[in-house]
Design a protein around this ligand. Structure first.
Ligand code: NAD
Length: 521
């Protein structure tokens, strides 16, 4: 297969002409591109580190313009009936489906994930549009029994305002889509700050969406894009017009953002780092467990928030499990993610590679034994390609309390299920977890109130690869947010509780008497 180039993919997505004198636009506001000249950074693909131009960074005036335009658009958009807003999202799905392959290829080039996973990510956007379309007819509230005669008590959900969306590099399309598609049907406007590591994928998404919004007659400014780094993210967090800030990324980022938003009594929706574990019980079906472990640990080169970091195996099986895993790791095809046989692409950058190397050193100092991996791969393009590593640990150490965003799997043994669950829960993060068992008691204990403390707790399913229908997110240092399916739409709306008196008297709640005689005049 001839590897495709960024120029070809940008051309097929219709954004090639947006690059002017090597510079990509710093923002897209009201469907128009802007090019700030004050600051930029160099772009290159993690596949081969070859430069593909400069990314201009949005400046203060663009930030105010984008937020101002979004607020104006919101004032109009909130009056559109929700099912009609749903039709706009349906049209977005059709547009995305037409460009699925090209958009996936841009993800491959910018984020370095393999094409099958990139196609899955674009499919997630399309699926999310389906979910949002259905949701647009079900933004329903409650009718509650009133304690007072001839009174009605109801709850309604109204559009919220301007939603700021900050996204991470590893899901440059799906996470934005989870937020934006639901926000749109809920009647909100969106200002997006993507990761500085995947700006072109964001430009392509904006191009597809802006075209549909224009064709559908949606108010200009409804969806805007601001390119930039943490500083722009911080400005969104501090801006009083951003009613909800949805931020996906590291715990470090979430801690900073949450404080800024809380300071102005704004709302934040945090989807932060994970440190996910999988338990192998004595009776586990290893034919299911082993492939699930491998996909969870090395898929997306270990760069998913739900990637498997800690494998907790019953002491009776640990040697057999490690042996099987080492055998499979030895055969993994690592290399250019554009090749169909590749299973593991590059790490996003040299910083990620260094973090993995440092963590391996730390684990060895703590008494860990490297069973395989950790070496830089040679004979592939110049990028940050690494052999996924497995390290057997004598116990859960301080080094294992942090997320290392790389294909590095720690293995621990346990004796009792209570001990395994305690190890699962011991880390500060609480995103994803799994148990492999054929014993119903073990399975039920793991997902019970005294089992896994994570937002996602699976049985005989790996830690990564969630479906969109459920609420996605995690507890503790993962931030507590829930996105995607279930009732996640409520994040993007405000609740209004209404008490309506249709009688001729004015009884007070809780039987309170407060007699005031109206003036007979
Ligand atoms: P990152 O925290 O470096 O950056 C994420 C985004 O936040 C980027 O857009 C970045 O510019 C912005 N940002 C960084 N610091 C900021 C600050 N102080 N104020 C405002 N914005 C700031 O993360 P990354 O390396 O892009 O992504 C990897 C991390 O994201 C991992 O920790 C991973 O677990 C997490 N993640 C979580 C989920 C989830 O749903 N829980 C999904 C994907 C990724």
């Amino acid at each position: 297969m001839k590897p495709y180039s960024l120029a070809e993919v940008a051309q097929s997505l219709g954004i090639a002409h947006w690059q002017k004198e090597q510079v990509w636009p710093s923002s897209v506001i009201r469907g128009r591109t802007h090019y700030a000249h004050a600051a930029w950074h160099e772009l290159s693909s993690p596949i081969d580190c070859v430069s593909h131009g400069r990314q201009a960074l949005a400046q203060d005036d663009e930030i105010s313009q984008a937020i101002g335009a979004a607020h104006e658009a919101f004032l109009v958009w909130r009056n559109w009936p929700a099912p009609r807003r749903g039709q706009v999202v349906k049209a977005i799905a059709a547009q995305v489906a037409q460009h699925k392959t090209e958009l996936a290829r841009l993800i491959v080039l910018e984020a370095g994930k393999i094409e099958s996973e990139a196609l899955g990510e674009v499919q997630e956007w399309i699926d999310l549009c389906d979910l949002a379309l259905g949701q647009s007819r079900q933004l329903h509230g409650l009718v509650i029994a009133s304690e007072r005669p001839e009174h009605r008590l109801i709850e309604q959900w109204h559009p919220l305002g301007v939603v700021g969306v900050i996204t991470a590099f590893n899901f440059p399309v799906a996470v934005w889509a989870w937020n934006a598609m639901l926000a749109l049907v809920c009647g909100d406007a969106v200002v997006w700050k993507p990761s500085e590591k995947t700006p072109l994928t964001a430009l392509a998404c904006m191009h597809l969406v802006s075209k549909v919004l224009h064709e559908q007659g949606a108010p200009a400014g409804l969806v805007s894009l601001l390119q930039g780094d943490a500083q722009i993210g911080q400005q969104l967090a501090q801006h009083p017009t951003i009613a909800l800030l949805s931020a996906t990324g590291s715990c470090r980022m979430g801690r900073a953002v949450a404080q800024h938003v809380a300071e102005r009594f704004g709302r934040s929706l945090l989807e932060l780092g994970g440190n996910n574990a999988l338990i192998i019980t004595p009776g586990a079906d290893l034919a299911l467990a082993i492939p699930a472990i491998v996909f969870s640990a090395v898929g997306t080169c270990g760069q998913r928030c739900t990637s498997l970091r800690r494998l907790i195996v019953h002491e009776s099986l640990i040697d057999a499990v490690c042996q099987q895993l080492v055998g499979i790791y030895g055969q993994l095809k690592i290399g250019d993610p554009r090749h169909t046989e590749t299973l593991v692409g590059p790490l996003i950058d040299g910083i990620a590679l260094q973090a993995m190397k440092n963590k391996i050193k730390e684990a060895i100092q703590d008494g860990g034994t490297v069973l395989c991996g950790g070496q830089v791969v040679i004979g592939v393009p110049v990028g940050h390609y690494v052999q996924p590593a497995i390290i057997r640990m004598p116990g859960q150490t301080a080094a294992m309390m942090e997320e290392t965003f790389a294909p590095l799997l720690f293995v621990l043994s346990y004796r009792t299920l209570a001990e395994a669950i305690a190890l699962n829960n011991e880390v500060p993060q609480g995103l994803s977890s799994a148990i492999f068992t054929q014993d119903q008691r073990e399975a039920e204990q793991f997902i019970s109130a005294v089992g896994s403390d994570c937002g996602l707790a699976n049985v005989n399913v790996g830690t990564s690869g969630a479906e969109i229908g459920g609420a996605f997110g995690g507890e503790k240092a993962t931030g507590g947010g829930r996105e995607s399916g279930s009732d996640a739409w409520k994040n993007y709306m405000r609740r209004s509780t209404n008490t309506i008196n249709y009688g001729a008297s004015l009884p007070l709640a809780q039987g309170v008497h407060f007699d005031v005689k109206p003036d007979p005049e």
